[in-house]
Design a protein around this ligand. Sequence first.
Ligand SMILES: NC(=O)c1ccc[n+]([C@@H]2O[C@H](COP(=O)([O-])OP(=O)(O)OC[C@H]3O[C@@H](n4cnc5c(N)ncnc54)[C@H](OP(=O)(O)O)[C@@H]3O)[C@@H](O)[C@H]2O)c1
Length: 269
Amino acid sequence: MTSVLLVGCGKMGGALLAGWRKSQAASRFVVVEPTAAAVAHLKGAADVTIVDALQDAPADFQPDAIVMAVKPQSMAEVAPPYAGLAGTAVTLSIAAGTPIAFFEAAFGPSAAIVRAMPNTPAAIGRGMSVLCANAAATADQRALSQTLMQAAGAVDWIEDESLMDAVTALSGSGPAYVFHLIEAMTAAGVALGLTPELAAKSAMETVAGAGALAREAPEDPGTLRKNVTSPGGTTAAALGVLMAPDGLTALMTKAMTAARDRGRELAKG
Ligand SMILES: NC(=O)c1ccc[n+]([C@@H]2O[C@H](COP(=O)([O-])OP(=O)(O)OC[C@H]3O[C@@H](n4cnc5c(N)ncnc54)[C@H](OP(=O)(O)O)[C@@H]3O)[C@@H](O)[C@H]2O)c1
């Protein structure tokens, strides 16, 4: 019987909880959430206890995992009361930019901490989360953290926490790049004479369809690209622009470097 204490049931916490209940990743949940509207839909659920604050949680409740899903800026105020439970449970934090060291300082150096960086498609179970654990996390606690984050989509691990800023620059901020790609293709389609409606629909479906194909096909993206590029044809003409030395790879590297560097700056405070 796995039990989970969820602290913060907003957009991300709520999406995770829905995924855990659907996949039966745990059998008992206590949710600390002061905003009644955020948890109204959970009233009466046999496997979920909702409380306003930790002191209202059932006295016998000993979670296997404490999932911290409040805003990073409220973490310093929210986290300290959980120190008593963090000795035996793994603390799984999804707070962007909050380092493992923050929780080690709040809960003690022997507390097991896993830091996860999910992204917004987690809300529909199609996220990408990258996890990093401290030395105190056991193999079982890492496995439980992985199971919990898999409810939100794909999961992978890094061992070096300093790479979290690069992770944030790729998968964390990445959905916004793809949304912008849809906007850019729409604007270019309109510039070539298509109606805004047709351009928007075509850009959206092309990005979604190509993403799904890239995910499902056995070929890698480079092979899929070559398969639709006849020499001297229309796709080749466009790729000649996009794949020029100052093309999309150079631009994306510049953009992601800016994101990575901003993450480092924010971490310094
Ligand atoms: N949304 C994303 O796509 C995304 C992606 C990656 C990482 N994250 C991380 O996920 C975390 C949550 O983000 P979110 O978008 O889900 O934010 P959110 O919707 O604001 O959810 C946070 C929830 O925690 C509640 N809360 C505030 N104080 C609390 C307390 N003392 N105890 C328990 N709950 C409390 C908030 O209630 P009030 O509204 O009343 O304050 C709110 O319902 C953040 O740390 C963020 O960095 C989010």
